[in-house]
Design a protein around this ligand. Structure first.
Ligand SMILES: [Zn+2]
Length: 319
C-alpha cells in the first residue's frame, strides 16, 4: 500500500500522477486534454489513464492505497458527491462520483475541490509551508481560491469555492472581456478579469493572432511597451482583489499559482507596491509564487490519502 494516484481534473487537461506515500514523491505523470460530453466518457477516460499509469510504472494493484480526485466544483467530501458543475464535462449536479468510481475501479476513492487541495499542498510542501493562514489563488482557466489554517481546512467543505468572483472593476469598459457576461452575476468579477483566459483575451485584442500568455510575458520582459502596460493593468486589477481578500481572510501569505503565475516573478515587487491592506499595525501579508506549480493538483489530490501528522509543520513563522 505504498502508493496513491492523484487525478487532477481541470477545464483544459486531466493530469494523473502516481505518488509515493511516505515521501510524497511523484513517480510518473500522464496528461490528456479534457474531453467529454457525459459522465460515462469521464469515467472511461479516468479508468484508462489510471490503468496505463500503473502499468507504465510497473507497480502491482495491491500496492495502491487508493485514488484522490481533485475537481473544480462544490464537493461533499464525506459522500464524494460532486455538485455545481454548471454542465462541465457533462457531469450532472449531485453526481455520486466517489461511489461510482469505487465500484468501477474496486479501489478506495476520495474527492475534494481543486482549489482547496492546491492550498493544502502549498501549505504542506510548497510556498505556504510555515505560515499559519494561507490563501492560495490559482490563476488558470478560471480563478480558484483555497484557504488553509494550520495546514487544515477551516470549513468542512468547499463553501468559498466561488470567491474568485469578487468585483474588481466596473463592467463594460474592457471590451475584450465584457462581450459576454460571467455566469456568476457579479459584473466585472476577478475571474472574468484576472484568470489566464482573461489575460489571453486582452493580449489577443492588442496583439491579435493566437498570442499566448507566455509570449505576452516574454514581450513585456523584452521591454515591449504595450505588453508591459497590459500586464501592469492586469496586476492592478489583481491587486484590487488581493486587498479585499486580506480584509476577509487575514492571510499571512497569499500564494499565486496557475499558468499566469509562471510569468509573475519579475512583478512581485510591483504587486507588493499595490497591496496595502493591513488588518492591524505591523501586519503584512507576504505575496509569493507557487513552488509546486503544475504538480500541485496531483500532489493535493494524492494528499487525501497521506498521514497528515507526518507532514505537520509546527514551526510557524511568528506573526
Ligand atoms: Zn464571475
Amino acid at each position: 500500500m505504498g502508493y496513491v494516484i492523484g487525478a487532477d481534473i481541470g477545464g483544459t487537461r486531466i493530469k494523473t500522477g502516481l505518488v509515493e506515500l511516505h515521501s510524497n514523491r511523484i513517480m510518473g505523470v500522464r496528461v490528456i486534454p479534457t474531453a467529454g460530453e457525459n459522465e460515462e466518457m469521464l469515467l472511461n477516460c479516468l479508468q484508462k489513464e489510471i490503468q496505463e499509469l500503473t502499468e507504465d510504472s510497473g507497480i502491482s494493484r495491491n500496492e495502491l492505497s487508493g485514488i484522490g480526485i481533485s475537481i473544480g466544483s462544490y464537493i461533499f467530501p464525506e459522500s464524494g458527491i460532486v455538485d455545481s458543475m454548471c454542465g462541465f464535462m457533462g457531469i450532472s449536479d449531485r453526481y455520486p462520483l466517489k461511489e461510482v468510481l469505487e465500484k468501477r475501479l474496486d479501489l478506495p476513492c476520495k474527492i475534494e475541490n481543486d482549489a482547496r487541495l492546491i492550498g493544502y499542498a502549498e501549505s504542506m510542501f510548497g510556498a505556504a509551508k510555515g505560515y499559519e493562514r494561507a490563501l492560495t489563488l490559482t490563476l488558470g482557466t478560471g480563478v480558484g481560491v483555497g484557504f488553509v489554517v494550520n495546514q487544515e481546512f477551516p470549513d468542512k467543505d468547499a463553501c468559498i469555492h466561488l470567491s474568485g468572483h469578487i468585483k474588481v472593476r466596473e463592467f463594460g469598459k474592457e471590451s475584450a472581456l465584457d462581450s459576454e457576461r460571467c455566469y456568476c452575476s457579479v459584473e466585472g468579477c476577478l475571474e472574468s478579469t484576472c484568470s489566464g483566459t482573461a489575460l489571453q483575451k486582452m493580449g489577443r485584442q492588442i496583439f491579435g493572432g493566437d498570442i499566448t500568455n507566455a509570449e505576452l510575458f516574454q514581450m513585456a520582459g523584452d521591454g515591449e511597451r504595450k505588453a508591459l502596460k497590459l500586464i501592469e493593468k492586469y496586476l492592478d486589477y489583481l491587486a484590487i482583489g488581493l486587498n479585499q481578500y486580506i480584509y476577509v481572510f487575514a492571510p499571512d501569505v497569499i500564494v499565486l499559482g496557475g499558468g499566469v503565475s509562471k510569468g509573475l516573478k519579475p512583478y512581485l515587487s510591483y504587486i507588493g507596491s499595490r497591496v496595502k491592506a493591513s488588518i492591524r499595525s505591523g501586519y503584512t501579508t507576504e505575496i509569493k509564487l507557487s513552488e509546486l506549480n503544475e504538480n500541485s493538483g496531483i500532489l493535493g489530490a494524492a494528499s487525501l490519502f497521506f498521514e497528515r501528522s507526518q507532514w505537520k509543520n509546527e514551526n510557524y513563522k511568528p506573526r
